[in-house]
Design a protein around this ligand. Sequence first.
Ligand code: GCW
Length: 663
Amino acid sequence: MWTQCWLDYKAANKDAYGKYFTTLYVDGFKKDDVISTASDELARASLSMFERSLDIDISAPNKGIIIKKTGQELLGSEGYHIYADGDIAYIEAGTPQAVIYGVFRFLALVRTDAFNDKTDVTEIPSNPIRMLDHWDNMDGSIERGYSGNSFFFENNDIIINERTRDYARLIASIGINAVAINNVNVKEAATDLVNKRFIDKVAKLSDIFACYGVKLFLSLNYAMPIEYEPESADPLDEKVITWWKNKMKEVYDVIPNLGGFLVKADSEGRPGPFTYGRTQADGANMLAEAIRPYGGLIIWRCFVYNCKQDWRDLKTDRARAGYDYFSSLDGQFADNVILQIKNGPMDFQVREPVSPLFGGMRKTNQMLEVQIAQEYTGHQIDVCYLIPWFKQILSFKTYMNGADDTESTVANIISTKTGNVKIGGMVAVTNTGNDENWTGNDLAAANLYGFGRLAFNTDLDSEDIAREWIKLTFSHDKEVEDTISDILMSSWPAYEKYTAPLGIGWMVKPHDHYGPSVDGYEYDRWGTYHRADWQSIGVERGPDGTDFAGQYNSPNREMYRDASKTPEELLLFFHKMPYKHVLSSGKTIIQHIYDTHFEGYEEAKRMRDEWNSLKGKIDDRAFLESKKRFDMQVDNAHEWCDIVNSYFYRKCGIDDEKGRTIY
Ligand code: GCW
């Protein structure tokens, strides 16, 4: 069996809420699959929280819950309005899908004791698309998965069972409306997801998600027609174009509500339009035209770079690649193509600048891609609550329309508020698997919950999200709430401290990406360097180096080009600096490296002790599960601290001012 995470409807406050959980009246909506899902959810909650089955009324009751249809002028197609009037709780919405969100929100308010006579909540999602990408392979393994195996695939087949429904329910409850179920590296059997072999089962999955208002997407093998009669994937070749048109028809005949396709092309060994001397727009637009008759979307990833760099080459810079390949194509992409851009120009490090593609393109649909699978942030062994990091990314000012433009933040670009495009959103590489608790570490579920909530409402505060999640998951006890909230809120800064200083990144064990290996990627082809020598450390990305900094709009460009203006947390990302350079704290860079690593290790111990203080106060299973991981986290932080400090001490020979043991 598996847990229900934050949807485990434990007994709730009957005195306050019992009166609502009596009757349900659905006003104005026809009973369809989605409305049934919503009413079933209320019935389930009622039974579980109050041991009371809901009467379904056919006329307006004088107490209970009323789901009411409104016009879409005010709430759009996904917004809802929740309020109380006397003994009636109202959930108003314009569409069945929005009813789902309203129902889950109402239940969360009840379960956190936040619903009362004065409640008047209107929420309209910030982002049109709120998506999760699975990197699940059809053999059941998950690329960068840290929570067991796939619950979608096993032995090159599709799994459809109760868990599928539970998963759809879980993600709909936080406002997710799109999910791509297979790895962007489409290998072997996965190519057949759009063939007769699997298509009927994919259609079944799509129907299950549709009941929760979630659109199913598939990752597509761009090179697929090479294996068929066209024997090519050249996007301008008529045979290839016709082949894809036929393919889309075949797919949509069986799965009419498929959201569309996610594509990783010309990346890390995957073929793409470059193979044929074509642009990324040629490739994306060809698929977009083929899918257009069915209203589908092509989500095209911008993670395109040459992964065969020579480390001796100081001019080539992987960070530049996304902008170099895509920015000049602005305005050329079809309106049903969305570019999916990783938050940083490299690859989901614990700290990176925001990709200059945000604000570098003005007429192109864009989606922000983040990673809650903790590939570079502790493998869901170490706790690392990422929502504060995502908030920083969202609030980054791109100055898209000039130096006095403070409105074009990443959040406003992807939500389409900047007004240039019609569709955009947020997507996370997800952190789930078939482990009993879905996310390996129970605390990692805060990232899944938080991502959904934040994508729905980018104005939410990360600590508020954490506290809400804690109440829904563990307990209403204030001490428990404060303790877990404190752990979560200090976890990302702690992880940054004991791993990579000042934006340098990448000092991880190659391939696996857990644990330290300072030179692991230093002399290799992936373009991931720290360039440390005996005097200095960092990658020069100002005008004297690769001038990646020049890809930003002013005044960000001037800020990043100049070491004295670059925010210190990114100093070594942008500049090669002497170890003796003094930071604003008054410490030298080398002393900062020593101090933060010792501090990070202490923080890990403190978080472990805080967690251990919860024994007996939260569910035993969850307590023990994370306890195990906190011990491993402390070992990891210790290893990082020793290895990084010893490495740099030996490299530069500068003593720690505090005289601590460095080997
Ligand atoms: O972060 C890197 C991962 C790869 C991944 C790639 C990507 C799916 O190490 O495992 O491949 O990014 O985003 O495509």
